[in-house]
Design a protein around this ligand. Structure first.
Ligand code: SF4
Length: 287
């Protein structure tokens, strides 16, 4: 099978929890790539040196050439997957398709962390290659979203639905941007699509052009978790600010502790064939 070589700014391996994915093969490794560039220009972007390549003089070309065969082989040896992350993977869709073609032959899946600003045709195309996506929903206020990113939020919400309808596993991340973050609005938008979509709350920390504001306070994060649950979301997560509790998966029916996580990895997974071992409730995900 012929494939091209591709430019990537990143080539390393990580726990899949770091992408973040909490309901997709917990405890496994993702070999991560990032083609330079992004369709958005978020003021808070922590990856601006590679995401804003070609748009901001402070961004740098750090790309190296990779061969999809070598990347997939590295993931296969780790019993892991290949993740496109840090920048916007839809800008290098050929890379995703080549990785998926090669990966399919040896049981290696491809996953995305994406801003979700995709046409329906792009979702259709990418869904054929992907096992899972984590999509950023920064705000559901259309004007605020356009001001922050340069693009409309409607395609992002449609992409969540589009991937989910095509049986691609979907998780959502929300950076808690001061003055913009509204837990209820966003949680309701996700719950309307599917309350079983895991929601990751990402603490704001000063970065790039939004570097003067204070990091999100722990109490605000705890309040947002409570709002997400009250709205009906089954799985709401916080990577670090609330300790191990924020990272744990609990059964939505009996509240039994199912998966315990360290900061970057899974510590213990008590799921029994995708079910709660205490009450038998089915836990949504790709286990
Ligand atoms: S979508 Fe993500 S990678 Fe792109 S500019 Fe925004 S924060 Fe950065």
């Amino acid at each position: 099978m012929e494939t091209a070589t591709y430019a990537t700014s990143v080539l390393h391996q990580d726990a899949v929890e770091r992408k973040p994915f909490y309901h997709y093969r917990p405890g496994t490794i993702a070999v991560s790539l990032a083609a330079p560039g992004c369709s958005f220009r978020c003021d808070y972007c922590v990856n601006f040196r590679i995401s804003q390549f070609g748009r901001d003089g402070a961004a740098v070309w750090t790309a190296k050439e990779v061969d999809p065969w070598a990347v997939v082989e590295r993931a296969r040896k780790l019993n892991g997957c290949v993740a496109l992350s840090y920048t916007e993977p839809s800008l290098a869709i050929e890379l995703t398709h080549d990785l998926a073609r090669v990966g399919r032959a040896v049981g290696v899946e491809v996953i995305w962390k994406t801003n979700g600003f995709l046409t329906p045709a792009a979702v259709e195309s990418a869904a054929q290659a992907l096992a899972a996506v984590n999509i950023d929903v920064k705000t559901v206020n259309r004007r605020a979203h356009r001001r922050l990113t340069g693009g409309d939020v409607r395609p992002v919400l449609d992409a969540i639905e589009g991937f989910r309808d095509r049986d691609v596993w979907v998780e959502v991340s929300t950076p808690m941007i001061p003055g913009l973050f509204d837990a209820r609005e966003i949680a309701e938008a996700i719950a309307e699509i599917d309350p079983a979509i895991p929601w990751h709350l990402l603490r704001y920390t000063p970065a790039y052009r939004m570097n003067q504001l204070a990091p999100t306070a722990p109490q605000e994060i705890a309040d947002a978790v409570a709002v997400g649950r009250a709205v009906g979301l089954k799985y709401v997560y916080v990577e670090r600010a609330l300790g191990a509790e924020g990272r744990s998966t609990c059964c939505p029916r009996c509240r039994g502790l199912l998966i315990e996580r360290g900061v970057w990895s899974t510590r213990e997974n008590r799921l029994d064939s995708g079910r709660c071992p205490y009450c038998g409730c089915e836990i949504e995900g790709r286990w």
